[in-house]
Design a protein around this ligand. Structure first.
Ligand code: SF4
Ligand code: SF4
Length: 711
């Protein structure tokens, strides 16, 4: 570790200067840390303040600066200086705004934050990025349907070379099977020729796109910037490299044979919405049973969708498709009648115009209801509908029944990832391989592989085209970030990555198993093999490793331990408990800043250490804190669960499980389990902070000081 030459700058603006005693802070720097370079400025973020720092950096040999001012989440660009370590101490949002001015405890808090900051700077190094030598910036698109084709075109337009892999012998996927497309342009009332054929022409002549049809992926290994891809085209083997991957393998229709209630499989004239496309393509719409022209049809919406027994979700395309298919029928035979039975008609945005257009046709009958039975006589299908609006049964006789079937995602295992954690992409509860639907659409749990279109979530063609652009953008961002040795979301720009001191590894496999992103492969023995550009820098492996041999250059076992040990712990008679709070930087830390902005007051007995994820908290920090004399330890992370996910998938859950084990250990040590607590907080729940903190401080005051304080 190089010797640190630290300069400290403290801003006295934004109420800092008149709320705490800055001279005492200067004394602490000099006497406790021998740092004599300490400057105060009334407005450090001003032009003049920045010039002061820049001039000092030119004229002194400082290799690290500490800026005690506003939150590190504010003025990020303003306080960026190349080549030196920059540590920001949050004096404004987390010291003077939420705590009483010129109070002894507020002053002690500021002093400890300064000590922790200096200790941290002394124990970290500036990250040196992981650079791939034989870097590949080409994009691999898997799936030649509308999404994959759009993705390939968009990536090529921005100058990237693209490989497009399609397992069938033709491009186009489902969208090429359609007779017509739902209206996609003003005035949104006319069905359109499918867009896909124009795009196929564009792709086939594009100099930057190489298309592989009838091709399967045999294996994908490597990592962003150097994926190695093995292909099999009709028995011919091929290989290529790629920087990032857009996965657009699309969807499958829900299995209609599971819907015997609607007569599918028993009656020839009950067809799926996809089969209806083939019927319509032939011109006149004819009954499958006898080839007679269809004069009446019933469209059953949500056939198996929004149904806990089948697909609990809405597929978002089937209402529009049914309206389009009604148009097929009405255009094919002017005297035909169409009936539609629905739970709700969901036509979002401009599709509402199309819905109105179809409603205006007086040979189309809409009713909310539920199909109770379907039977067949020689000529017709006989349907009984329980009408939920009129509260009575309706009997219908029609020539054809069309089932609006939902979408299920294609199997992502066809990627054949040669990863320790499996061949496919891990998924959310309905098998769609998205990783965080709130904050990071397109991100899968395999870094550098982006899911697009109906593989990611049920959607129609227009939405798939947009989605392809989004996922392509993410793939390009990944290529560019990886080229610079930087992380992608959510720690975009982070140049640190886990470094392992493998001599002490016991092959326990915790890191390989707990990494949410499959960043580690392993040897036969079980020793981890890191792939740094697959890593999202969450630090969960650091939290997992019982040997404490996984560290980042600026976030390590040692750096956090040093911060913990730097805090001055008052003795038990002073009645000033100390609570260490590990705060996840994704939601909880900004929520603390918001509490500061809103001047919400909470106990100044807390000492906050931001962490990348609460899953990155290693249990050695808990024992360090208890040995140091902290009376309680609170960990605040993002809410776990599929409906509000931890930014690193399961960091919060892991922390809870590990916390349970630690609580048992505390009990064995005759320490109260309440000395360790986990809380979950959404970013907008800042108003809960005073209650969370103050209640916990009260609990700790009730159980009394940590007995280790005396030792
Ligand atoms: S930091 Fe997170 S993503 Fe990276 S290897 Fe460790 S657990 Fe995996
Ligand atoms: S968690 Fe630590 S000890 Fe276990 S395999 Fe990983 S590096 Fe080795």
């Amino acid at each position: 570790m190089d010797i640190k030459r630290i300069s400290i700058y403290i801003c006295s603006g934004c109420e800092i200067g008149n709320s705490i005693d800055i001279d005492t802070l200067k004394d602490i720097s000099e006497k406790e840390f021998q740092i004599t370079y300490f400057k105060q400025h009334p407005n450090l973020c001003s032009k003049n303040g920045i010039e002061l720092i820049k001039n000092d950096l030119n004229e002194t040999s400082a290799n690290a600066i500490i800026i005690a001012a506003c939150s590190p989440r504010q003025n990020t660009k303003t306080f960026s200086f190349d080549d030196v370590i920059v540590e920001r101490l949050n004096f404004r949002e987390q010291v003077v705004w939420p705590h009483e001015a010129n109070d002894e405890d507020t002053q002690m808090l500021a002093e400890d934050i300064l000590r922790m900051g200096i200790a941290k700077v002394n124990s970290i190094i500036k990250p040196i990025p992981f650079i791939i030598n034989d870097f590949c910036a080409d994009v691999l698109v898997v799936g030649g349907g509308i999404t994959g084709i759009t993705s390939a075109i968009e990536a090529a337009k921005t100058g990237y070379k693209v490989f497009l892999i399609e397992k069938e012998n033709e491009l186009g996927g489902y969208s090429a099977k359609l007779h017509k497309q739902i209206p996609f342009r003003y005035p949104y009332i006319k069905i359109e020729e499918p867009l896909v054929f124009e795009k196929i022409k564009e792709i086939e002549n594009h100099p930057k796109i190489k298309v592989f049809k009838s091709t399967e992926i045999k294996e994908i290994g490597g990592q962003p910037g150097e994926f190695s891809v093995k292909l099999n085209t009709n028995g011919n083997k091929n290989s290529l490299k790629a920087g990032a991957i857009v996965m657009a393998t699309g969807w499958k229709l829900y299995d209609a044979s599971k819907l015997s209630v609607f007569g599918y499989g028993n009656f020839n004239n009950v067809v799926t919405n996809l089969e209806m496309e083939s019927l319509a393509k032939k011109g006149k719409i004819l009954k499958p049973s006898d080839g007679e022209e269809v004069k009446s049809a019933l469209f059953i919406q949500c056939a198996g969708s929004r149904d806990q027994e089948h697909l609990p979700y809405c597929s978002n395309y089937c209402c529009g498709t049914a309206l389009k298919q009604i148009k097929y029928l009405r255009e094919a035979n002017i005297d035909s009648n169409a009936f539609i039975v629905y739970k709700d008609i969901r036509t979002q945005g401009h599709y509402e115009n199309f819905y109105k257009e179809i409603q205006n046709d007086n040979r189309v009958f809409f009713t909310k209801g539920e199909v109770k039975s379907i039977a067949e006589n020689e000529e017709k299908l006989l349907i009984t509908i329980d009408n939920s609006l009129l509260n009575e049964e309706i009997q219908l006789e029609v020539d054809l029944v069309v089932l609006a079937l939902g979408m299920t995602p294609a199997n992502s295992a066809e990627l054949n990832l040669n990863y320790r954690m499996g061949k496919g992409l891990p998924s959310l509860k309905y098998d769609f391989p998205d990783s965080h639907f709130i904050c990071f659409p397109y991100e899968t749990r395999r870094t550098g592989i982006y899911a697009a279109g109906s593989l990611r979530s049920p959607m129609d063609i227009t939405a798939s085209i947009e989605d392809a652009c989004g996922a392509t953008m993410k793939a390009i961002q990944c290529i560019e970030a990886t080229k610079r040795g930087e992380s992608v979301h959510p720690r975009s720009g982070d140049r640190s990555y886990p470094e392992l001191y493998l001599e002490r590894c016991t092959d326990c496999k915790r890191c390989t198993e707990e990494c949410p992103f499959g960043a580690y492969d392993e040897t036969e023995k079980g020793t981890p093999l890191p792939n740094p550009s697959r890593c999202r820098r969450c630090g969960i492996c650091l939290g997992a490793c019982p040997e404490r041999i996984i560290n980042f250059s600026d976030f390590s076992i040692n750096s956090v331990s040093s911060m913990i040990k730097a805090v001055n712990i008052p003795d038990e008679f002073e009645e000033k408990p100390r609570i260490l709070v590990f705060v996840c930087e994704n939601d909880a830390y900004p929520a603390f800043d918001m509490a500061g902005f809103k001047r919400l007051n909470y106990s100044s007995f807390v000492r906050i250490i931001p962490v990348r994820c609460i899953g990155s908290v290693n249990k050695v920090w808990i024992s360090d804190a208890l040995s140091q004399g902290f009376d309680g330890i609170l960990m605040i992370g993002c809410k776990p669960g599929d409906d509000y996910q931890c930014h690193f998938i399961h960091g919060s859950e892991l922390n809870e499980t590990r916390g349970e084990n630690i609580s048992e250990t505390l009990e064995k040590m005759m320490l109260e389990p309440e000395r360790l607590k986990t809380e979950f907080l959404e970013i907008n729940e800042y108003n809960k902070i005073p209650e969370i903190i103050n209640n916990y401080v009260e609990t700790i005051e009730d159980i009394g000081p940590n007995p280790f304080k005396e030792m």
